[in-house]
Design a protein around this ligand. Sequence first.
Ligand code: HPA
Length: 273
Amino acid sequence: MKSLKDKAIAAAGHIRSQLSNVPEIAILTGTGLGECADGVLVHTQFAYQDIPHFPVSTVEGHPGQLVIGALQGRQVAVFKGRFHLYEGYSPQEVTFSIRVMQELGIKQFIVSNAAGGLNSQFSSGDIMIIQDHINLTGRNPLVGPHEPNWGNRFPDMAHAYDPNLTKLASTIGSQLNLPLQTGVYVGLLGPSLETPAEIHFLQTIGASAVGFSTIMEVIVAVQAGMKVIGISTITNVHTPENPVPATLEEILDVARRAAPALQQLIASLVKAM
Ligand code: HPA
């Protein structure tokens, strides 16, 4: 049986065989945020199911496509659609795309998601730059046999979200007159949403936004030595003292409406990175 590394090499080889320019920056988009790649001058695209060993996404709002091309003159690989632990994928499946990026030699990674706001100062539609994360999924993609060629057994997470990229995003936000929030993202397993008591707990431990993605991918990207910037679209704001149910329709709708601002931010980031 092929090892995970062999599978990632095969997937990257398939992608590379159809490219003249190898991408420098990878972008992974989340719920309702696939349009963030719309400005890309497409060179090649792959349906996930056509990439060897690639998992196939099942959730609404996650089309499952890799778009490779130029954005602001930079070569980018946009992974539209991701895999979640709550779909039943293993942490290795959830992070397969990151291993493919690593095998392609990509060193910079922009990851976006939709998240619930925990900070009472946030409004739905806000964009938050992730400064740090708390992993409450109970899972870790580095559990299991260690592949020394992929990086450290115990990767340091002190600067998981690159401080220079975070600063750059803040500068760009000011230039674009685009208000940006900053904060800590807490990742849960999902898929049930949070109870008011859980919201209260997550606020108490210092989280500003909550979601069901990103953590696995960032851990692997850090092990792979990538510089990471994480961006959350706040699609709903939790008020545990007055709980209001959040629906998938609402989350998708807010994410889609925030996508143009996110697209603008990502394009400017890519140009400046
Ligand atoms: N909780 C978890 N994930 C989410 C939420 C939320 O409230 N909103 C968008 N993604």
